[in-house]
Design a protein around this ligand. Structure first.
Ligand code: FAD
Length: 372
């Protein structure tokens, strides 16, 4: 297809990797972001070999690895803290690690800097107030009173996507699972050189994010989806860790004191089975396949989406053909991640068969190693 004028709604992970991939093909790209400060909360994420491959494809690998912490194993620890297995994880790209832990702010900076350097226009603090697709293009009104006409619009505006609501008003809403995650950053301890997963009724893990920083995640059942006052978050997180016997975790729990540094997140999920586009407006990332983090693949799926969307736009004669091919290439893989992650979550909550995390992770590695 010829080069297009493209609006991306959402300057998060999928929106920015889309901007990078689409600029590479010469399209004119504008990204709008609702948050005037373009801020990102301060803990981190884990990404696996398929994301390392995708970052390499996007030409981002050096900046990405400098900003994160690469590793090639998962350390499995029993509740008392003793390491009982060190599982090697397979590389997909020779000489590049099979996992990366990276701070969300660090990842955001890598992606944002590159999108700007690649020539994307970034507009902060605005949302779409109206979209009109007349078949030949999309007229867009923005909340600041400005307007524009675009060949296509990409909705990368996350779990509570406004774009999804605009084009699919009857789409399912995100659902709370009954489980939440608590996260906190610490100075990295020297023995945390890969993901350390502690077995036991409370799911706890430590993830290196850089030479200096690691974060802890704690998954807990939170029936009824309670709300916690900000000034109580540190004490509630410490309380949630009170039954974990590992001395390392106990020592870290004692350091959880800053309510503002606790990131608490009820876990929600959503999957749109049917088409991910209507006319010239297409959705990607959490807007159509938001997963719980049990396999650490949500952002990875959004990043892969952006590469596949750019490839299909380059190949097809019309946006409709490109979006249909994009959905066909992505739907089964994204469904797998959402369903398997949800099944692990339900097993942990006693609402489904217990799934061994190590088995599910091994199967996931095989699945996501397939070409995108
Ligand atoms: C607790 C937790 C842990 C996770 N851990 C991992 C992990 O370890 N590894 C992993 O790969 N994934 C992880 N994920 C998933 C990952 O965070 C998401 O899948 C990923 O952020 C999705 O990217 P996205 O671009 O679709 O959405 P987002 O990153 O949410 O970006 C959406 C952007 O759109 C903006 N926006 C929203 N509405 C509008 C609007 N109307 N107009 C304009 N802009 C708008 C938002 O401000 C935001 O910047 C985790 C998720 C959770 C909840």
């Amino acid at each position: 297809m010829q080069t297009l004028d493209i609006l991306i709604i959402g300057g998060g992970i999928g929106g920015l990797t889309s901007a990078i991939a689409l600029r590479r093909d010469g399209h004119a790209v504008t990204v709008i972001e609702r948050d005037p400060d373009w801020s990102v909360y301060g803990v981190g994420i884990i990404q696996q070999a398929n994301v390392v491959r995708a970052m390499s494809d996007l030409g981002l690998i050096d900046d990405y690895l400098s900003a994160g912490f690469g590793f090639d194993h998962v350390s499995v620890r029993i509740p008392t803290g003793r390491e009982v297995a060190r599982i090697p994880t397979p590389r997909l790209v020779p000489d590049l690690p099979s996992n990366v832990g990276i701070g969300r702010r660090a990842l955001h900076k890598v992606l944002g800097d590159r999108a700007i350097a690649a020539g994307a226009t970034i507009r902060l603090g605005i949302v779409v107030s109206n979209l009109h697709d007349d078949g030949d293009g999309v007229d867009v009104m923005f909340s600041d009173g400005s307007s524009g006409r675009y060949d296509i619009v990409v909705g990368a505006d996350g779990l509570y996507s406004q774009t999804r609501t605009m084009i699919f008003p009857d789409a399912p809403r995100p659902q709370f699972t009954g489980q939440s995650v608590w996260r906190y950053n610490f100075p990295r301890t020297p023995d945390v050189t890969g993901l350390c997963a502690f077995e036991g009724p409370t799911g706890v893990g430590l993830v290196p994010l850089s030479d200096d920083i690691m974060y802890m995640y704690v998954t807990t059942a939170e029936p009824g989806n309670p709300r916690f006052a900000r000034e109580s978050l540190a004490s509630v997180m410490r309380d949630r860790l009170s039954g974990v016997p590992a001395p390392e975790i106990r020592a870290l729990a004692d350091q959880i004191s800053d309510d503002d540094a606790v990131v608490y997140k009820p876990l929600e999920w959503l999957f749109l089975e049917e088409a991910w586009h209507r006319g010239r407006v297409v959705l990607l990332g959490d807007a159509v396949h938001a997963t719980t983090p049990h396999l650490g693949q949500g952002a990875g799926m959004a990043i892969e989406d952006s590469i596949v969307l750019a490839e299909e736009l380059a190949r097809a004669d019309t946006p409709e053909a490109a979006f249909t091919a994009f959905h066909a290439r992505r739907v089964e893989r994204c469904r797998y991640i959402v369903e398997q992650s949800h099944a692990i979550c339900m097993g942990q909550l006693g609402k489904g068969p217990l799934i061994q995390n190590a088995d599910a992770t091994r199967a996931m590695f095989i699945k996501v190693s397939e070409p995108i």
